[in-house]
Design a protein around this ligand. Structure first.
Ligand code: MG
Ligand code: MG
Length: 272
């Protein structure tokens, strides 16, 4: 069952997404080699609670933290730990927040220090694929158009691996609602997108093969071949002509510009 949102509900979800992006912007300003996932997790929780919201992931199916912190070969769902980030790491940080009855969800992969250029390329292509997918989130398009956009650009054009086991999702009163939003698919297939649909679009892309493995902690998803992975996510509302992006990465990107230990990840000027 898909719940279509009213204008009022879309605005409430936007507020929750802004809380998430303020927490991620704080992380963007602070993250650096020598810091730990546990540290940024504590600070992100403080930002969220100062904004009178509640961490969206903490306690969700037993997840123990505010952030998912997934370095290097970790794809998603990493548990923040006391392991120090190293120069050259790429760290995916996913955050959710709950405010006034609605969830927001967004993610960003940070490049710390001297990241190898092929890994920077992976980050840029994954970030760009998110916007190519969002371009498809307009009324009258189909769900398959979103996944097709990611898969076509990431796999066919750039020869990376699109993770299949994890997908985007509807979002609102629940963190995960119908429909599932895969990052692969066939153009023109699947349910038609209608105004009021609010979805989290979140390509997860591996530098090497698309297959994943599961860590012993019961949460962390790893790339099976051990190569780096990237993850960018926006929550968007489907509108008549184009998507309305409810989360705001410009806050994160402004903080990165001021943090000399984090490299910027450009969105490439490439069309499908
Ligand atoms: Mg997320
Ligand atoms: Mg999500």
């Amino acid at each position: 069952m898909i719940y279509y949102k009213t204008e009022e509900e879309v605005e409430l979800i936007r507020q929750s997404c802004l809380v998430v992006c303020q927490a991620l912007a704080h992380v963007a300003g602070r993250i650096r080699p020598g810091m730990t996932g546990a540290q940024i997790d504590r600070e992100a929780e403080e930002v969220i609670r100062d904004l009178k919201a509640v961490p969206g992931f903490k306690g969700y199916r037993g997840f123990p933290a505010t952030l998912c912190v997934s370095p290097n070969n970790a794809v998603v769902h990493g548990i923040p730990s006391d392991h120090e980030f190293q120069d050259g790491d790429v760290v995916s940080v996913d955050c959710g927040a709950y405010l006034n009855g609605y969830f927001g969800d967004s993610a960003y992969t940070f490049a710390l220090g001297e990241v190898a250029e092929p890994v920077m390329d992976l980050l840029r292509v994954t970030n760009t694929s998110l916007y190519l997918a969002i371009d498809q989130a307009a009324a009258g398009k189909r769900l398959g158009d979103i996944g097709f956009a990611v898969q076509e650009y990431v796999e066919r054009r750039h020869k990376y691996g699109v993770v299949r086991e994890l997908v985007g999702h509807g979002i609102g009163k629940n963190l995960h609602e119908e429909p599932e939003v895969p990052n692969y698919g066939k153009r023109g297939r699947g349910p038609m997108l209608k105004e009021g649909l609010v979805i989290a679009i979140e390509p997860m892309v591996n530098l090497g093969r698309k297959e994943v493995a599961h860590a012993k902690d019961g949460w962390t998803v790893l790339s099976k071949d051990g190569q780096p992975s990237a993850h960018y996510e926006h929550t968007v509302a489907v509108r008549k002509d184009k998507a309305d992006i409810l989360s705001d990465h410009s806050l994160i990107e402004a903080a990165i510009k001021k943090n000399p230990e984090v490299r910027e990840v450009a969105v490439l000027n490439e069309a499908l």
